[in-house]
Design a protein around this ligand. Structure first.
Ligand code: ADP
Length: 397
C-alpha cells in the first residue's frame, strides 16, 4: 500500500489473519502505518524510482491516498505493475472536474458544475444555477474540506481565484443529509456493497458516521447501493469505491468518490461481518469477497480529532473504564488541532444512546477532563437525524 496513514495501518491489521505479506511505502518511520508494519519502506510517493523499487515483487499495489502523480501511475502500469485501482479509474478520484464530467456523461446525478478559470465564468455559472452562494473546489489535492470554499460574493470568489490553483464551481446544494455508500469490486468482477450510512460533517470534516442511515427510505438505500455498484463497474474500479452523496429534495446527488478504504467505513471493523480493510485486500488480491451484512442493528462511529495535549494513556484509561463496550482506535499520530487521530465505535440497538456514548468517548480522548466545557454540543444528545417527511418513514409509499 502506497501511503503510511491510518488507512494503511488498519489495512495492515486486516492483512494478518489472511496471511498477506503486507508492505507499506511511508514518508517516514513515524507514520501511522510505519509504526506497526514490519515491512515498511521509507520513500517518496512523488518519486517514480521510489515507487518502482517499492512495487518490485508485489502481487498487488494499492493506495492509502490519491496523491500519487498520474504520470507515475501510467508509467508503472506500462511496466505491468499490478495497480489496484488502475490509473484510468483512479483519475476520477484524483480530479474532481474529470469525475463530474465522466459521471454526468454516464447519467449519474451530480450537483451542477463548471470549470472556473476566472470570475466571469463563476458569475455566468451563478446566473445559470441557484445564484449565491456557490462552492469553489480545488480540482485536485483537497481533503477534509481543505480545497472547498463556500463563496457568498464575487469578492470572496476572487480571493479564492487569487490562490492560483485549478478550480471548479458548483451549485451550493441545500442538502437534508449527507450519505455515503461503500462498494467493492474485484478484478474478476465480483461486487459487494455495504449498507448506506449517514455522515455528519462539521467544518468540512466528518465527525460521525451512523450505520445504517437512520430512517432512509429503503427505495433510496437500494438506489444508492445500485448506483455505487454501477459506478464501480463503469469506472473499472478494483478494490473499494466510497461514494459520498447528498440527499436533497428526496433525491441522491453524487458529491465525491474515493477508491480506497474510507472514513465512512471505519464502523465496519466491528459493525460488519467483513471490515472494509479486509474487503479491500480481498478485492485487490482477487480473492472472493466477504459478507457485508451488519453485526448489530446500529453502529455509530465518532472521529477523535486532535484537541488539547495531555495524558493520552490517562484519557484512554478513563474512556475504557467508563464505557467498556466502546471500541477505541488510536492511530499513533501526534496531537495536532483538528487532525484525525483516532475513532471510536459503539454498536447496539439504541441509536440515540450509541451517539451519546461515541461522542462522549471521542470528546474525552480529545480534551480530557475539559471535554464538557470544550465541546458541550458534542456530548449532548443530538437531534433526530431524519427531518420529518424527508428521510423518515413518512416518505415510504
Ligand atoms: P473533500 O475532498 O475535502 O472531502 P468534499 O467535496 O467532500 O471535499 O466537500 C467537503 C464538504 O463540503 C462536504 O462534505 C459538504 O459538507 C460540503 N460541500 C461540498 N460540496 C458542496 C456543495 N456543492 N454544496 C453544499 N455543500 C457542499
Amino acid at each position: 500500500m502506497v501511503g503510511g496513514g491510518q488507512l494503511a495501518r488498519m489495512t495492515c491489521q486486516a492483512a494478518i489473519p489472511l496471511g498477506v505479506r503486507f508492505r507499506v511505502l511511508a514518508d517516514s518511520p513515524a507514520d501511522s502505518a510505519a509504526q506497526v508494519c514490519a515491512a515498511t519502506t521509507v520513500g517518496d510517493y512523488r518519486s517514480l524510482a521510489d515507487l518502482q523499487d517499492f512495487a518490485a515483487g508485489c502481487d498487488a499495489v494499492t493506495f492509502d491516498h490519491e496523491h500519487v502523480p498520474a504520470g507515475h501511475l501510467q508509467a508503472l502500469e506500462r511496466a505491468s505493475v499490478p495497480l489496484h485501482p488502475g490509473p484510468a479509474a483512479l483519475h476520477h478520484a484524483q480530479d474532481k472536474l474529470a469525475m463530474r464530467r465522466h459521471l454526468t456523461g454516464l447519467g449519474v446525478p451530480c450537483p451542477r458544475f463548471a470549470p472556473a478559470p476566472g470570475l466571469p465564468e463563476i458569475i455566468d455559472f451563478k446566473e445559470m444555477s441557484r445564484g449565491w452562494p456557490v462552492v469553489l473546489k480545488a480540482t485536485r489535492g483537497g481533503y477534509d474540506g481543505k480545497g472547498v470554499w463556500v463563496c457568498e460574493t464575487p469578492g470572496q470568489a476572487a480571493e479564492v481565484l487569487g490562490y492560483g490553483i485549478d478550480l471548479m464551481v458548483e451549485e451550493h446544494v441545500p442538502f437534508e443529509a449527507e450519505l455515503a455508500v461503500l462498494a467493492v469490486r474485484s478484478p474478476f468482477g465480483q461486487g459487494a456493497v455495504y449498507p448506506v450510512v449517514q455522515t455528519v460533517q462539521r467544518d468540512g470534516i466528518c465527525r460521525e458516521v451512523l450505520a445504517p442511515a437512520p430512517g432512509l427510505a429503503p427505495s433510496l438505500a437500494r438506489e444508492a447501493e445500485a448506483l455505487a455498484l454501477r459506478m464501480a463497474g463503469e469506472l473499472g474500479v478494483t478494490g473499494l469505491l466510497a461514494v459520498e452523496l447528498f440527499l436533497a429534495d428526496g433525491r441522491l446527488l453524487v458529491n465525491e468518490l474515493a477508491m480506497r478504504p474510507h472514513n465512512c467505513g471505519h464502523w465496519t471493523i466491528e459493525g460488519a461481518r467483513t471490515s472494509q480493510f479486509e474487503q479491500h485486500l480481498r478485492a485487490v488480491l482477487d480473492l472472493p469477497l466477504g459478507v457485508t451484512a451488519m453485526a448489530a442493528p446500529h453502529a455509530v462511529m465518532a472521529n477523535v480529532l486532535g484537541g488539547s495535549d495531555g495524558d493520552m494513556l490517562g484519557r484512554l484509561h478513563h474512556v475504557l473504564a467508563a464505557d467498556p463496550a466502546l471500541r477505541v482506535h488510536l492511530y499513533g499520530k501526534a496531537m495536532r488541532p483538528g487532525r484525525k487521530i483516532g475513532h471510536v465505535t459503539a454498536l447496539g440497538p439504541d441509536l440515540a444512546g450509541l451517539r451519546r456514548r461515541a461522542q462522549a468517548g471521542a470528546a474525552y480522548l480529545r480534551w480530557g477532563e475539559a471535554a464538557a466545557e470544550a465541546e458541550p454540543a458534542d456530548i449532548e444528545p443530538v437531534p433526530a437525524v431524519s427531518p420529518a417527511g424527508k428521510l423518515g418513514e413518512g416518505t415510504r409509499t
